[in-house]
Design a protein around this ligand. Structure first.
Ligand code: TYM
Length: 344
């Protein structure tokens, strides 16, 4: 057995966002807002634009650099401070791809075959999609564990991938007789922002791939567009807002709008209903629009300013890549020792 130091370091947060099209309210409330809240609470955070993940599906190489910068711009515009947190691009740091290969030899085919996101994205075509798409969650585990991250703020759709990361960490530790070498990372999913649904169909999650732009609020939408989308958001014919949470049962669209209000305002769903219960949507929707705009408009403006100055984004990303490399390289070195690779 190799003599390894068991992990006993501080809590460390890692999360990633793919540079594949416009960010939307689900990405903001499910992920970005949590990153900033964790930073404010003093957590050490490492935030990554996951371009290696983005190429698992067809992409346009001419667009990828700006799509990558756009996610970085959103992270910075939401309030991540490159001095306090680490903001960088996945492909700029070699640890991700290297550890992913090693984890390919730890993860089991059967584990990956259970991944529902692969089934959804691969669809009926699973014979023809890239091996990378199948392997996607293994790379995600490598992202997290290359930094020995202990906590991962994500939306609910990532829960299964996080479970897989935990299994990979545990299996590696066991296979190499190295107890505690990798922490088993915990998903930070709680809160009303974890599952934001389509504004047009309360049974579908808000997603960048939905063909209807009215189904989502994009972080680049202007104030009027946000107000119009909320005004047009689907509700139901079951009357005004209920006064208690029980009354949201069977009303997924209404539950979603109340959840969005709660996530923005920081009030519990109960408190939102105490304020708006009995009111009609003619009252609630404008209040929600105003709240959403008051949060999003300054972010959108800052995002635009960053996008107008790509050199500033690149400077932040360069610094982030250096910080990320400095944390992950020693971990990879230890992994190599544990595995028994030749040392140069
Ligand atoms: P991605 O790029 O699809 O989404 C980024 C983040 O947004 C969250 N999210 C949502 N949250 C609430 N409601 C929604 N409708 C909604 N839609 C998206 C996602 O849960 C995610 O937190 N596999 C990841 C990227 C990744 C990663 C990682 C995340 C790669 N490596 C390591 C954490 C740790 C993904 O596809 O996210």
């Amino acid at each position: 057995m190799t003599d390894v130091q068991s992990y006993s370091g501080p809590n460390r947060v890692f999360s990633g966002i793919q540079p594949t099209g416009n960010l939307h309210l689900g990405n903001y409330l499910g992920a970005l807002k949590k990153f900033v809240d964790l930073q404010a609470a003093g957590w050490t955070g490492i935030y990554c634009v996951v371009d290696l993940h983005a190429i698992t599906q067809p992409h346009d190489p001419a667009l990828l650099p700006d799509q990558t910068r756009q996610i970085a711009a959103a992270m910075l515009a939401c309030g991540l401070d490159p001095d306090q947190s680490t903001v960088f691009v996945q492909s700029a740091v070699p640890a991700h791809a290297e550890l992913a290969w090693i984890f390919n030899c730890v993860a089991r085919m059967g584990w990956l075959e259970k991944m529902t996101q692969f089934k959804d994205k691969g669809g009926e075509n699973s014979e023809r999609v890239s091996v990378g798409l199948f392997d996607y969650p293994v790379l995600q585990a490598a992202d997290i564990l290359a930094y020995r991250a202990t906590h991962v703020p994500v939306g609910e759709d990532q829960q299964q991938h996080l479970e897989l990361s935990r299994n990979i960490a545990a299996r590696f530790n066991q296979q190499y007789d190295a107890p505690g070498f990798f922490p088993e990372p915990e998903a930070l999913i709680e809160g009303p922002g974890a599952r934001i649904m389509s504004l047009k169909d309360g049974s579908k999650k808000m997603s960048k791939s939905d063909p209807s732009d009215l189904s989502r609020i994009n972080l680049v939408d202007d104030r009027d567009t946000i107000a119009r989308k909320i005004k047009k958001a689907k509700t139901d014919l079951l009357g005004d807002l209920p006064e208690t949470e029980d009354g949201l049962e069977g009303r997924p669209e209404v539950e979603n709008l109340v959840g969005i209000y709660s996530a923005f305002s920081g009030q519990s769903v109960e408190a939102v209903l105490a304020e708006f219960g009995g009111a009609g949507f003619g009252t609630f929707k404008p209040a929600l629009a105003e709240l959403a705009i008051s949060h999003l408009a300054p972010i959108t403006e800052r995002m635009r300013a960053y996008m107008a100055d790509p050199a500033e984004i690149d400077r932040a990303l360069q610094k982030g890549a250096e910080k990320a490399h400095a944390i992950s390289a020693p971990v990879i070195k230890e992994v190599r020792d544990v595995i028994g690779f030749w040392k140069s």
